[in-house]
Design a protein around this ligand. Structure first.
Ligand code: SAH
Ligand code: SF4
Ligand code: F3S
Length: 440
């Protein structure tokens, strides 16, 4: 029997694609091997959102060549967002011509066929298309990373073309799955033990199916599914979020009180150059509405520092909006030019030194706010959906609150009796990125 291993980079879309790939391989009889250096088949599911992702990928890819020498049946596949760019495929073909199979984000369903062709003909296989009109999602049988929670695609691709972003080029145009199909999939997942679903899309708020159902309609329908405990979604775009969606935080009891609402910048001038289609006033209005409807809501964000043309004044507007919103947590990135995107050609690129200095100031501010926001949990009881044993310390479990706070806690229970369960935890210590406690 042959074994497979998948190395996944990037976002939840890739994580879920890897789950689908694992499902296909197991249906073909492959068995999972944790260590890629011991597997007969290695899949590298790549990300291209920032430049360091590219560099890391080529570094790791190069190391796999030696596997070809020690195992003559060894097969290496590259998939995900990198091969959606012709320059990357050219580079693979030139510098890493021993790579067996390369397939794109919209050719995943073809993997079994590509593997068979590779074995039958001995020829390298390449399958990358730009805009596959066929959504294969309903035919997929993913092997989930967690028994109790599942990733569920609701849209594919992106039409927004933020000027810094490669994703519209790597994932194609936006397509929405039918509401009824999403509901059907979640019902099956719940029957299989799933308590929490994460609805996935690059911009979930622009979800619209062929019958005209909106994202709010979808949340309301998913909220009706018996046995499901929690609904999350990712990612919201401030330009498309509707009042009806915001009201779901009150009317849908399963919808977790948490939203990831990337702001990217606090400067109207930069937001315009980013092609984001909202300004700081509109963004702050959304935050006010969310908090009016759901006072306990936790809010996280993404921020890019050093976008071309960003001045000290622009950056201070970013610090200012962060202070005003008081985010629970934030992912902060230094702008990384991506070939083929408009911003990469803007002439006023910001110097590295300035970017790093601003980045550090932003992180310091955000961490301080996160810590303050976590402090209020001291002594409180929270409900946690347990993911499993904590990665950092023994005899400790970790999980997430409704508001997506990471909680590490001690318990007298055994792993098999607690993983995937909702438990009550008393918080005894608060940190910047986590809460610590004890099961009650
Ligand atoms: N669809 C999501 C995000 C996808 S990418 C959204 O619109 O919010 C995740 C994050 O990576 C983005 O929110 C952005 O902050 C960051 N990002 C994307 N392209 C980048 C680039 N070229 N340089 C730095 N950060 C980038
Ligand atoms: Fe990229 Fe913008 Fe689409 Fe998000 S909305 S994936 S940042 S283009
Ligand atoms: Fe990366 Fe592609 Fe996701 S570029 S962030 S894996 S959509």
């Amino acid at each position: 029997m042959s074994s497979y291993s998948i190395i996944t980079y990037g976002c939840q879309m890739n994580e879920h694609d890897s789950e689908n790939i694992a499902g296909m391989l197991e249906a073909l009889g492959y068995i999972h091997e944790e260590d890629p250096w011991s597997a007969d088949l290695v899949i590298m599911n790549t990300c291209s959102v920032r430049e360091n992702a590219d560099k890391r990928f080529f570094g790791v890819l190069g190391q796999f060549k030696k596997m070809k020498k020690t195992n003559s049946d060894f097969i290496l596949c590259v998939c995900g967002c990198m091969p959606q760019q012709p320059r990357i495929v050219e580079e693979i073909n030139k510098r890493f011509s021993w790579v067996d199979i390369v397939f794109g984000t919209q050719n995943i369903a073809q993997l079994p066929e590509l593997l068979e062709m590779r074995k039958k003909t001995g020829k390298k296989q390449r399958a990358i298309i730009d805009n596959n009109p066929h959504i294969a999602e309903d035919e997929m049988k993913p092997v989930r990373m967690h028994q109790h929670k599942a990733l569920v695609n609701i849209t594919f691709g992106c039409n927004n073309f933020c000027t810094y972003c490669i994703v519209p080029f790597t994932r194609g145009r936006e397509k929405s799955r039918m509401l009824a199909e999403v509901v059907c999939e979640i019902e099956r997942l719940v029957a299989d033990g799933v308590k929490e679903v994460m609805l996935l899309g690059q911009n979930v708020d622009s979800y619209k199916d062929a019958l005209g159902n909106s994202f709010a309609d979808l949340i309301k329908a998913v909220n009706e599914i018996a046995g499901l405990e929690r609904i999350r979604f990712m990612t919201s775009h401030p330009k498309d979020i509707s009042d009806e969606m915001i009201d779901c935080f009150k009317s849908c009891e399963k919808l977790c009180k948490n939203i990831h609402l990337p702001v990217q910048s606090g400067s109207d001038r930069i937001l315009k150059r980013m092609n984001r289609h909202y300004d700081r006033k509109r963004y702050l209005e959304i935050v006010d509405k969310l908090r009016a409807v759901c006072p306990d809501i936790t809010i996280s964000t993404d921020i890019i520092v050093g976008f071309p043309g960003e001045t000290e004044e622009d950056f201070e507007e970013t610090l200012d909006i962060a202070r005003k919103v008081r985010y629970d947590s934030a992912f902060t990135f230094i702008y990384s030019p991506r070939e083929g995107t408009p911003a990469a050609k803007f002439e006023d690129q910001v110097e590295d030194g300035v970017c790093h200095e601003r980045f550090n100031r932003l992180v310091e501010l955000m961490d301080g706010i996160s810590l303050e926001k976590n402090k209020v949990f001291m002594g409180r009881e929270v409900e946690v959906l347990v993911d499993g044993p904590s990665k950092t310390s023994e005899n400790t479990f970790s999980g997430r609150t409704d508001g997506f706070k990471l909680v590490n806690f001690t318990s007298d229970k055994k792993e098999e009796n607690i993983s995937g369960q909702l438990v009550k935890v008393k918080i005894t210590e608060t940190k910047t990125f986590s809460l610590e406690g004890k099961e009650i």
